[in-house]
Structure formats: structure tokens, C-alpha cells
Design a protein around this ligand. Structure first.
Ligand code: SAM
Length: 211
């Protein structure tokens, strides 16, 4: 049985235009409260981003749903996520049958989330480092998802995407970004844009400089 607040959140996401029932079902299954500190758990099923410590956030459920739907995950897809954060987005991708590789640049978050993900049976591998450089040894990927705001599309990540693959990444300045969906095809890259997102910065060699 799913609690009322959880079902209400799923209904709200549906009203906001999330139509992929597989995505909504995966979000119904993954316990979001377990991916956040005790202090904010009572807000786990509100449609808001929440602080997870170390100056970082767990993304708003609408944003997770939008990006996951845009990624069009198929069972068995090899997926690279940049910005593990709490591990929640990675868990939703794994719940959809993805084989997830995720990179985090904060050592504190990496250590905490590594221990947390060990409690679940999800197919998720984690790495500590600058995700803008990708995960060359495991490339190419069917899908790539970047969950921090980037000033540009990191070319290294496009190179590590399969032909026929898709990448979803927020691109813009630090005050707001467009969600960019890139389909890598034999004929080149097809790009779609959706406005109205705001992420913490992607910091790294092909992202923002550290201040
Ligand atoms: N996907 C996360 C979740 O489900 O909780 C939310 C991610 S949070 C909005 C963005 C994360 O990206 C932060 O944890 C931040 O430390 C990380 N980050 C920023 N730049 C990065 C980089 N170059 N490589 C890897 N992680 C990065």
C-alpha cells in the first residue's frame, strides 16, 4: 500500500504533464525519504527540492520525473549519471531497469551515498570524481543524464554517448537553465530545448570553474 501523500504527489506530477506511467510507477516505488537527512524527511513527498547537506540538494520530484521521462529509459539501458547527490535519481533509473553508472565530485556525498545505496539491490555503480570527463572505461552509454547546471554541453560526454543514444542536461547561466535533450544520430545531433529549470552548478573541467 502506498501512503496518501505519495499518491497525491504522483497525481500532481500527472497534472504537470508527466504522462509516462512507467516513470510515475518507479517514483511510487522508490522511497524518497530514505535518500534525505532526517531533518527534512517530513517533506519527502512535497514537490520541492530539499537540502541534503554539503551545500547540495535532492532535485524537485517534478524535475526528476521530467528528466527521467525525457531520457526514455528502456530495461537494460546502460546509463551514465553526472551528479549522484542523494542517489535518488540513480535509484529511479535503476528501478526502470537501467544499469546505472553515477559520478559525484563531493567526497562527503560520495561516501554517504555509497553506503546508502549498498542497502538496496539496485544495479548502480558509483565513482568519485569530475563527471564532466565521463566514465571512459565503461563508455559508450545508451543514455547520459546530467543533474547539475552546465554552462555548455560537455563534448567529452557527447563522445561517450552511443550513436542512437540520448543525453539530457540543463544548460544555461547560474541563475537558470534550459533542459537540453540531445539525440546522437548517424546524421549528427538533434537538439530539443525546454525552459524553466534551476540547478546547482556543474563544477569541473567542462563545466563551471570552482570559485
Ligand atoms: N541527482 C541528484 C539526486 O538525485 O539527489 C541531485 C543532484 S544535485 C542537484 C547536483 C549534484 O551534482 C551535487 O551533488 C554536486 O556535488 C554534483 N556535481 C556538481 N558538479 C559535478 C561534477 N563535475 N561531477 C560530478 N558531480 C558533480
Amino acid at each position: 500500500m502506498h501512503s496518501g501523500v505519495k499518491l497525491e504527489l504522483i497525481d500532481e506530477l500527472r497534472e504537470q504533464g508527466i504522462t509516462d506511467e512507467r516513470v510515475l510507477n518507479a517514483m511510487l516505488k522508490v522511497p524518497r525519504e530514505e535518500f534525505m537527512p532526517e531533518s527534512v524527511r517530513s517533506h519527502a513527498y512535497e514537490n520541492v527540492a530539499l537540502p541534503i547537506g554539503f551545500g547540495q540538494t535532492i532535485s524537485q520530484p517534478y524535475t526528476v520525473a521530467f528528466m527521467t521521462q525525457a531520457l526514455n529509459v528502456q530495461p537494460g539501458d546502460k546509463i551514465l549519471e553526472i551528479g549522484t547527490g542523494s542517489g535518488y535519481q540513480a535509484a529511479v533509473l535503476a528501478e526502470l531497469g537501467g544499469e546505472v553508472y553515477t559520478i559525484e565530485r563531493s567526497l562527503d556525498l560520495y561516501n554517504r551515498t555509497f553506503k546508502l545505496l549498498d542497502k538496496f539491490d539496485y544495479k548502480i555503480r558509483m565513482k568519485y570524481g569530475d563527471g564532466t570527463l565521463g566514465w571512459k572505461d565503461e563508455s559508450p552509454f545508451d543514455k547520459i543524464i546530467v543533474t547539475a547546471g552546465s554552462p555548455k554541453i560537455p563534448r567529452t560526454l557527447v563522445e561517450q554517448l552511443k550513436t542512437g543514444g540520448r543525453m539530457v542536461i540543463p544548460v544555461g547561466d547560474k541563475s537558470g537553465q534550459k533542459m537540453i535533450v540531445i539525440d546522437k544520430t548517424e546524421e549528427g545531433e538533434k537538439i530539443y530545448e525546454y525552459s524553466g529549470f534551476r540547478f546547482v552548478p556543474l563544477i569541473g573541467r567542462e563545466g563551471w570553474n570552482e570559485e
